[in-house]
Structure formats: C-alpha cells, structure tokens
Design a protein around this ligand. Structure first.
Ligand SMILES: NC(=O)c1ccc[n+]([C@@H]2O[C@H](COP(=O)([O-])OP(=O)(O)OC[C@H]3O[C@@H](n4cnc5c(N)ncnc54)[C@H](O)[C@@H]3O)[C@@H](O)[C@H]2O)c1
Length: 430
C-alpha cells in the first residue's frame, strides 16, 4: 500500500504542473484554443478609428470562429462610435461581444487589453507613433498581430519594430502588415513579371502620391494641447511621421518591391508647406520631392503632395531597359516594343485578403511575418523626410542609425509645444 507521502501531490509536483500549463499557454493559439474545447479566436482592437473599424470588420469576416471581445482607444467617443458602426454590420454583428468592462480608454488602455490572456489576436490601428510600443507589448504578451502602416515615425521606432519582429518569429506569432497593396493579386502578378525580367533591367521608378487635403478637428475650449494634437494627429510629425511617411509609404514600399526588395543607399530632397500654413495644420509639410539612389545607380523619384485643386495621381511608373510599366490600384500595364500586357482580372479586396491570410496562417500553424519589409519601407519614408526637413543628403546608414527620437517628454494630458516647421539648411540631422 502506497503511503500518503508518495500519493499526495508535493509542492514540487504542483510547480511542475503549473510550469507545464504555462508552457502550453505560450504555444500556438489554435492548439490552446482546441485544448480548451473551443476553437474561437478572440480579437481585440486597439485604435478604434476609421481604419480600425474597417480592420475589425475584415478580421471578423476572415474566419468562421472569431469574436471581437475587447476594444481600446484614447477617447471614449471614438470607441463607442466604432462599436456602434460594427454592430450595424449584419455580417459581423453576431461576433461582437464587448461589454463595458472590456472597453478601455486612455494612454494605458492597450496594456489592459494585452493583459487579457484569452485574447489571441490584436489589431493595432492607432496613429503610427504608438505602433512600436504596442507591437512590442503585444508580441511580449504572446498575441498575433495585424499592424497598420506605417509602423514607426523615427529610426528608434523602426529598430524596435525590427527587433520585435525577430522575437515574433521565435515565438511563432504572426505580424501581418497593413501595407495592403502587397496583398493585391494585380500588384503581385505585375511585379512578379517585372522581377522575372519582362522589361530587362529597371533603371528608374517614379512613385507619386498627389492628392487633396484631409480632415481637421477644430480645437475645443476644454482640450489641452495633448488632446488637440491627438485628435489632429496627422499634422504632428511625432504622431504621424509627416504625410510622406503616413500616406506615401504605400508606394515607396511598392517601389522597393519592384526593385527586388532593395533599399536605396542615399537620398536628397526638397519640400515645404504652401497651402497648409495655418496653426490648425500643426507643423508638417504639404509637399515632398525626394530622389533616392540605389547601389547600382538606379533612381527612385518620390513625389507627394496634399494640396487642394491640383491634379491627383497615386501610382508607380517604371522605366526600364526594354520599356515601361504603370502600376496602381486600377492600372497594371507593361509596355515594350512587342506590345502591351495588362492585368485584366477583377482584383479581390486586398484589405480583406490580408486578414484572410492572417487567420489562415494562425489556423495552419504557419504564422505570417511581414516585419522586415514593413519596418524597412517605413524607414525608407522617414529617410525621405530627413532629407526634405534638413536639406542634406541622407544615407541609409545615417537613417537607420539616427538618434532622433520624436517621443515627447511626457506622454500625458496637458501642455505640449507644436514644433517649428522644419527649415532646410537650418534643421539639423540628428
Ligand atoms: N492601409 C491603409 O490603406 C490605411 C488606410 C487608412 C488608415 N491607415 C492607417 O491606420 C492608422 C489609423 O488611421 P485612421 O485613419 O483609422 O485614423 P483615426 O484617427 O480614424 O483613428 C485612430 C484612432 O486611434 C485612437 N488612438 C490614438 N492614440 C491611441 C492610443 N495610444 N491607444 C489607443 N487608441 C489611440 C484615436 O483616438 C482614433 O480613434 C494610421 O496608421 C493610418 O496610416 C491605413
């Protein structure tokens, strides 16, 4: 007969068992969810604005067994309006379960979401400044991530994202990037042809982003500086990176893809503000023009403008040994003296495809990691801003190793200055 001392669990056995449970909890999510007899993937949304609301809907449509269970925002009104919009979408309304106790607001809202062990996937859709810190915390907490572009506003942020992305690979966690054009079949097919040599050597890519201006949120009497800047985050470089980073990053990323994943060795540029000169537009520019050069001497001409009443064009033009190509959301053509090739298929909604692939990767235990290109393409855009703000030639090494950290002294409600508009020749590279 066994005595009690050998049959009753000792503290050592108990600790062993708890360690085993902890190990299981860091394994692939699908496996733990199945172990719990429930294959539902639980999603949280951090940043409940226009894009976040769209991303939440796409995530909820991407997989049969998903639920939105928590939401975080800086402001309660944004969170409530996002939740209300989502509840009105007949195709996803039944997958929303976000009671008051799982709605979080303020600077630390993301921490409260990430502390919830039951959450498997987080959607990071705040202004870009917060992305490196939210991404790092999400991967540390063992969550799969959808991260909107751009993923940083300065080089320390980019370096942090590269490091976090490496950790995500080690932990078998997904990072799917909101550089959604990468998930467009039209772009994939056209760029594959270019890389397979349809035009021979590519000499020049011109990336354009010409568009009108965007929203401004008029300052209210009870708003502190921080409140006003956060509501108008687009117009502050520390929050958005400036619009050549915030918006033009899409086609800069496409340009690098066209160049076979290369990033340029140097850049020189000019820019400024002509239409958006008022205080309500913070301190960002309204036009940037940058010439990047690759190691083999190929050029990337990057032009972006946000001014009303001017011609629009958001595209990449490729000039190569044997002809030219035009690449944008509606036009995929490759022209040589042998004729013109066109991508004629109806492209699927790439915003949906990126979520379909994120969830399929999680389910199959083969998580997607877009970390490398999303970080480097963000730096490509930041490097352009460094060139236009300073008027100096900026090399890739300078940009990657830059010490400029745009984080304000205090991340808290209250006073915060609007920086002076950058002045080429005066503003220093840091
Ligand atoms: N891939 C695309 O085509 C695409 C399209 C639109 C926007 N975006 C990206 O999505 C991001 C958000 O853009 P948007 O248009 O939805 O802006 P938005 O202003 O509508 O939404 C941002 C939300 O984040 C909230 N927020 C701010 N700081 C926060 C914090 N620290 N924690 C939690 N919430 C916070 C804001 O209050 C706001 O509700 C940007 O990075 C933008 O570039 C991508």
């Amino acid at each position: 007969m066994a005595d009690r001392a050998t049959t009753s669990p000792s503290r050592r056995d108990f600790l062993k068992a708890s360690t085993a449970v902890a190990a299981v909890s860091t394994m692939g999510i699908a496996r733990t969810a199945h172990a719990a007899g429930d294959d539902t993937l639980r999603i949280a949304l951090i940043g409940c604005g226009g894009r976040g609301t769209g991303a939440a809907r796409q995530a909820l449509r991407a997989d049969k067994h998903v639920k939105l269970v928590a939401m975080a925002d800086m402001f309660d009104d944004r969170l409530q309006s996002s939740l209300n919009v989502l509840k009105l979408q007949a195709d996803v309304a039944g997958k929303i379960d976000v009671p008051g106790e799982r709605q979080f607001v303020g600077f630390d809202a993301y921490k409260k979401v990430l502390a919830m062990r039951e959450i498997d996937v987080v959607l990071l859709t705040t202004p870009p400044f917060f992305r490196p810190m939210h991404l790092k915390a999400a991967i540390e907490a063992g969550k799969h991530v959808f991260a909107e572009k751009p993923v940083a506003v300065d080089a320390p942020g980019v370096r942090s994202v590269l490091e976090t992305s490496r950790k995500a690979k080690e932990k078998n966690l997904s990072i799917v990037s909101g550089l959604c054009l990468r998930y467009s079949h039209g772009f994939q097919e056209t760029i594959k042809r270019l890389r397979d040599g349809a035009l021979g050597a590519i000499r020049v890519v011109q990336a354009n982003d010409y568009r009108g201006s965007i929203w401004v949120k008029p300052r209210q009497p009870d708003w502190t500086d921080m409140h006003w800047q956060l509501r108008n985050w687009y117009y502050f470089t520390w929050l958005s990176g400036d619009f050549n980073v915030e918006q033009h990053v899409h086609y800069l990323d496409i340009s690098s893809w066209i160049m076979g994943g290369q990033y340029p060795v140097k850049a020189i540029g000019l820019g400024g503000r002509q239409q958006r000169t008022g205080k309500e537009f913070g301190h960002i520019y309204d036009h940037h023009s940058v010439v990047y050069e690759f190691a083999g001497g190929e050029k990337l001409f990057s032009n972006c403008r946000q001014q009303r009443g001017c011609k629009g064009d958001i595209s990449c033009h490729v000039m190569a040994e044997k002809g030219v190509a035009e690449v944008d959301e509606r036009r995929f053509t490759i022209t040589t003296d042998q004729g013109k090739w066109k991508y004629n298929k109806q492209d699927k909604d790439f915003y949906q495809v990126e979520h379909d692939e994120l969830f399929a990767g999680i389910r199959s235990g083969k998580p997607i990691n877009n970390g490398d290109y999303m970080a480097k393409s963000t730096l490509l855009a930041i490097m352009g801003r460094m060139a236009t703000y300073t008027g100096q030639e900026i090399t890739w090494e300078m940009a990657m190793n830059s010490k400029e950290d745009l984080t304000p002294e205090k991340l808290a409600w209250g006073p915060i200055e609007t920086p002076a508009v950058a002045m080429p020749g005066v503003t220093k590279f840091v």
